[in-house]
Structures are given as C-alpha cells and as structure tokens.
Design a binder for this molecule. Structure first.
Ligand code: 2ND
Ligand code: ZN
Length: 362
C-alpha cells in the first residue's frame, strides 16, 4: 500500500531544490538576533511571529517590485561574515530537516558589501556556513549536499564581475550563476558580456525570466544569452493555446523549450504573491506538467512565501491530485537539471531518490 500523502510523509521523501534565495530564507528569530547584534534599526517588529507575518503580508503585494522591497531587511542584517555564516548554516539545516537531499541556493554577493566586505570574503563566509550546516545536519541524521549560485542584480550592471567571481569559486562550492531583481525594463541581454564569458569558461547559468515579463524575456534568455534553465518561466504559457475542446497548440518558442528539455524552475507560492499566477489550482504548472515540460518545483523565498519544499509539494498534491510517482518525477527532473556533474547527479537519483520513493510507494 502506498503511504498516504500527508505533509509528514512528504517531508520524509527525498526532494531536490534548484531555486532558493539565501536572503529569502532566514529564520524570523535570526533576523531579529542579527539586527540586535549589528545595530540594524529598521525592522518592522522584534517579535518573531509578528515579523514572520509581516514578511509574508508585505511580499503578498501583487508585483515583483514591491515583493523585492522586503529584502532590504534581510540583506540589512547580513553585512558581516559571522551573520553570513549563521544564515547559510541554518539554511542547510532547515532544508535538510525538510527532506531536501540536494539544493542549489543562490544569493547576490554585491548586496552584502554595505560594511566593506569584499566579494571574495562574502563568498568564503557563505561557503563556510554551508559546510557547517551540512555537518550539523549530518549529525542530526539528514544528509544534504548544497551547491551555490551567485546572482548579479539586473539593475546594478555588475554581472561580468560576478560571473568572474562564480568561475573563481567553481571548485569551492559555487556551481553556477543567475541574474535576479526586477525583470521589466532590465532585459537579460544587458548582461551579454557576462553570459559570453561564462560560456567560454564552460560554466553553468540560469536566468530569472518569464516571471514579471513575458515571452521576449524568455526568448532572449535562451536564444541570445544561452541560459541552461529558466528561473520561473511561467509565462511560457503565453505561447501555448488551449482550445475549448481541450486541444493544445504549442508555438515555436514553447516547442523549443519542451523539445530541448529546458528546465523550468517553478515557484508556485511566490508566483501568487507577485501576481504571476492567480491561484495554485490555476498555476501554469498544472498544464506544463501535463504537457511534460521539464518542470521542477521550488520555494524561491521560504521566509517571504512562508513555504517549504514540503508545503509546496503538499499544495500541488491537493490542487492537482499528484501521487508519489508525480513527486518522484519532479524530483528526478530537478536532479537531472542540477549544475553538479553527471556522476553525482546519477548517484543521487539511483542511490537516494529512487529508493526513497520506492519505499513510499510500496
Ligand atoms: O522571484 C524573484 N525574482 C527576481 N528576483 C528575486 C526573486 N526572489 C528574490 N529575488 C532577488 C532578491 C534578492 O535580494 C536577490 C538575490 O537573492 O534576488
Ligand atoms: Zn527567484
């Protein structure tokens, strides 16, 4: 008999997370502690429950630009190495306790320089934090492997410098690059020199595209910049026509994305908050999964969206009736799409993911 798909059972299932922001996943109490230690004065509350609610409500804004304003408070308290180490270590512990076995966690090093940290010190501090968190998680009986993605902020025009940083630390835990921040008005082609450099270095990158802006953003990300994956990519449905009789027609870009198996890093709850989708039940993930795009499920920002991988999976199970085989499919899709090497991905699929789901389905 398959195990009933309760949140507790889903938590025990091996999960893979490709799109999670370090500065969007702090524990509320940690934000408060770090603010006190560093003298940060601007927090809207110093009560952990109240602060958690504030982040969720403020992020529930209906626009990506307003959603992004909440990061001033998390970045505001992450301006020294001790804070970065603590946040990264807790991130690893929290993901591991949620049953995540492999995660790619991203952040923008340029946002942590308000008190003079160099980019290199930011990266080494975060890597040290992940190392500590992985070790503490292992002691608690949860194995997790974390790879890091470095983001450049679209509005800041420092992408080549950050791409070089990502390549410099590729053998020290950094597995790829991304651009994040406001999408409308900042097309990915503004960063062509960075993407060109990364391709020449055989380095991996994804691009936030098709979240707050539509098909041109996705097309540029893939065809001009060479993105291997799409952050969100929900608006690819603008190129898919569903007729009243249920028949479906894909445009050329949607066909390309599906044919090339370009991974979509979908983040359902985050999309409700920024207005990219009206509800989980109406989220494009339902259609894209039915059409067998390479869909992956992600958290984006666990603090702002008040979510975990378990709660995202549980919400999809409730809305679409997915079973364990579907959750395994999302997980294997994500593992296949990760930026670590083929041997490691294969080992995680065969030794961890498949046996984990087999036990739940038996
Ligand atoms: O969903 C998002 N779209 C674009 N940018 C985002 C999203 N979530 C977080 N960010 C930004 C805010 C963070 O400060 C930055 C790096 O993690 O990335
Ligand atoms: Zn994101």
């Amino acid at each position: 008999m398959p195990k009933p798909m309760t949140p507790d059972a889903i938590r025990t299932a091996p999960k893979v997370l490709l799109h999670d922001h370090l500065d969007g996943g702090l524990r509320p109490q940690t934000v408060i502690d770090l603010a006190r230690e560093s003298g940060y004065q601007d927090l809207p509350s110093t009560d952990a429950d109240e602060l958690a609610t504030w982040f969720r409500d403020a992020a529930d804004s209906g626009s990506l630009e307003l959603y992004l304003e909440t990061f001033a408070h998390t970045c505001g308290v992450m301006q020294d190495e001790a804070a970065l180490i603590r946040v990264a270590a807790e991130c690893a512990e929290d993901l591991a306790a949620d049953g995540v076995v492999y995660a790619e966690v991203r952040y923008a090093p340029e946002l942590f320089q308000e008190r003079g940290l160099s980019l290199d010190r930011v990266v080494t501090a975060v890597q040290e934090g992940f190392r500590q968190g992985e070790a503490r998680a292992a002691e608690a009986g949860h194995r997790i492997r974390i790879g890091t993605l470095l983001c450049a902020m679209r509005q800041n025009a420092r992408s080549l410098e950050i791409a070089e940083l990502a390549v410099r630390y590729r053998d020290a835990g950094v597995v790829g690059f991304d651009i994040a921040g406001p999408e409308a008005g900042y097309p990915p082609t503004r960063n062509l020199d960075a993407f060109e450099y990364l391709r020449q270095q055989n380095a991996h990158f994804t691009i936030h595209a098709g979240e707050a802006f539509g098909l041109p953003s996705i097309w540029e990300a893939i065809q001009h910049c060479g993105a291997e994956r799409l952050g969100h990519g929900v608006r690819i449905t603008d190129d898919i026509k569903v007729s009243d009789d249920g028949s479906v027609q894909l445009g050329r870009l949607a066909n390309y994305v599906r044919d090339r198996r370009i991974p979509l890093e979908m983040c359902p709850t985050s999309n409700l908050q920024t207005g990219a989708a009206p509800s989980i039940a109406e989220h494009p993930i339902g259609l894209l999964t039915r059409l067998r795009f390479r869909v992956t499920v992600n958290t984006d920002n666990r603090l702002m969206s008040h979510c975990t991988m378990t709660s995202e999976f549980a919400a999809l199970v409730e809305a679409f009736g997915y079973d364990w085989a579907d959750l395994q499919w999302f997980t294997v899709n994500a593992m296949k799409s990760a930026f670590i090497g083929f041997d490691e991905r294969l080992a995680l699929i065969n030794d961890v993911i498949k046996p984990g789901y087999a036990a739940l389905m038996a």
